[in-house]
Design a protein around this ligand. Structure first.
Ligand SMILES: C[S@@+](CC[C@H](N)C(=O)[O-])C[C@H]1O[C@@H](n2cnc3c(N)ncnc32)[C@H](O)[C@@H]1O
Length: 212
């Protein structure tokens, strides 16, 4: 569920920055050819990710859940000009050739480290410290991703978490398994005193977290 009326959404998008040609291409391709195109961040969320990344101007970004590469390209826009790098992880190798094709079209292609495999296994082995992390993969592992990533987050570093309102199901009295998992994750984040946090009711709900 989007939390904003369709007409208002169109108004917001038409009065915000446009998608780049490459992002338009990924968006179109995903909607026509890939299963579950709703998973793609899309125009408005993509511009928000880009804007946040530009404000932080991170040296290192970690993305968990590449999908077709849309959000990685958005986050890349804010990366430090010199020596910046983004690591993006996805376990789905079926679309990886197409994702690489899109990444190669970006002028910052050399800054992208696209890793294919299970994120829990890969993150455990990463040695880097990250200034910005985007968690957007399997909801069952959100809590684990947060715990794994937290020690690797620089002081004052940020985590963005997608889908935290789960199409509004988070308010249901009787919650299904996944909704409970997300609700428990939200509760855990809200109680953690080591971080600042705010939920933005944008698209499917985005939590912004900052390590104190
Ligand atoms: C919601 S999509 C990501 C959307 C993308 N960030 C965007 O905004 O365009 C979630 C992705 O997480 C990947 N994924 C799910 N479980 C994973 C895991 N355990 N390890 C790595 N990737 C995983 C899926 O293959 C899928 O491509």
């Amino acid at each position: 569920m989007d939390f904003i009326d369709k007409n208002l959404q169109s108004y917001v998008e038409s009065h915000s920055d446009s998608e780049t040609e490459l992002l338009e291409e990924i968006n179109r391709y995903t909607n026509l050819n890939v299963i579950n195109p709703r998973m793609l961040s899309g125009h408005l969320q993509g511009r928000i990710l880009s804007f946040i990344s530009r404000m932080i101007n991170p040296k290192t970004i970690l993305e968990i859940g590449t999908y077709t590469g849309y959000s990685a390209i958005c986050l890349l826009e804010g990366l430090k000009k010199k020596q910046g790098k983004i690591i993006t992880i996805d376990k789905n190798d079926e679309i990886s050739e197409k994702v690489k094709f899109f990444f190669k079209k970006s002028k910052s292609f050399h800054k992208i480290n696209y890793l294919i495999g299970d994120a829990v296994t890969i993150i455990s082995k990463l040695k880097e410290t990250f200034d910005l992390v985007f968690i957007d993969a399997d909801k069952e592992n959100y809590s684990k991703y947060f715990d794994l990533v937290f020690p690797k987050l620089s002081k004052g570093g940020f985590i963005i978490v997608d889908n935290v309102l789960w199409s509004g199901k988070i308010l249901n009295e009787k919650k299904d398994k996944l909704t409970k998992i997300i609700d428990n994750f939200n509760k855990k984040i809200s109680r953690d005193n080591r971080i600042r946090k705010v939920i933005l009711p944008v698209r499917d709900g985005i939590t912004l977290i900052q390590k104190k």
